[in-house]
Design a protein. Structure first.
Length: 189
């Protein structure tokens, strides 16, 4: 994995990391998967802190790690860019907006919990959240080189989880073991 060297003063780099992830955390509705295209745009396209392949690798590791996807990927990206302090700064940038918003909602929730306008606003946001989650799925599929020969893997995995109630943890473990065995088999041939 390669890492392009960030430019600029050390303190300003931390401020830039914090500001970037704070913006993403503040203006993304729908959770971690909705953040993925925004994080990719900022980290890969605009700032060139890491390249596209590294981003896909870090995303896969983030999805496989326990915890919240957005926090996991911010930790890994921060660490790749500026080490331990970079991961702390990016994590704070990602978590702080949500924390402040939830704190404000908790303080004032009783004032608007039965408000019909607020209820309609949230109903209107739902389709946009679905689109925000679907967009990176197709982008990741292209980057992961999913084609007509291996499309069955995510389809079968989704069906096992959705229809049969398999735990995603078992799917990840089985996919990891199968990927390892396939890699060893391919290396021998």
């Amino acid at each position: 994995m390669s890492l392009s060297k960030p430019t600029g003063h050390k303190a300003s780099m931390y401020a830039e990391l914090f500001y970037t992830f704070f913006k993403i955390g503040a203006f993304t509705i729908g959770g971690g998967y909705a953040m993925v295209p925004l994080i990719e745009d900022q980290v890969v396209t605009r700032h060139h802190w890491i390249d596209k392949e590294d981003f896909i690798d870090l995303l896969a590791i983030s999805q496989s790690s326990p915890g919240i996807l957005a926090v996991n990927i911010s930790i890994f990206i921060g660490y790749r860019v500026k080490g331990l302090w970079g991961s702390i700064v990016t994590t704070l940038g990602t978590v702080l907006p949500s924390f402040l918003i939830i704190l404000a909602i908790a303080m004032f929730f009783h004032n608007f919990k039965d408000n019909a306008i607020i209820e309609r606003i949230f109903k209107g946001i739902r389709p946009a959240v679905v689109a925000l989650i679907a967009a990176p799925t197709f982008s990741m599929a292209r980057s992961a080189k999913i084609n007509c020969h291996n499309i069955w893997i995510p389809v079968v995995s989704a069906l096992l989880i959705w229809l049969l109630g398999f735990s995603p943890i078992w799917i990840i473990i089985i996919a990891g073991v199968c990927g390892y065995l396939y890699g060893r088999f391919k290396r021998k041939n």
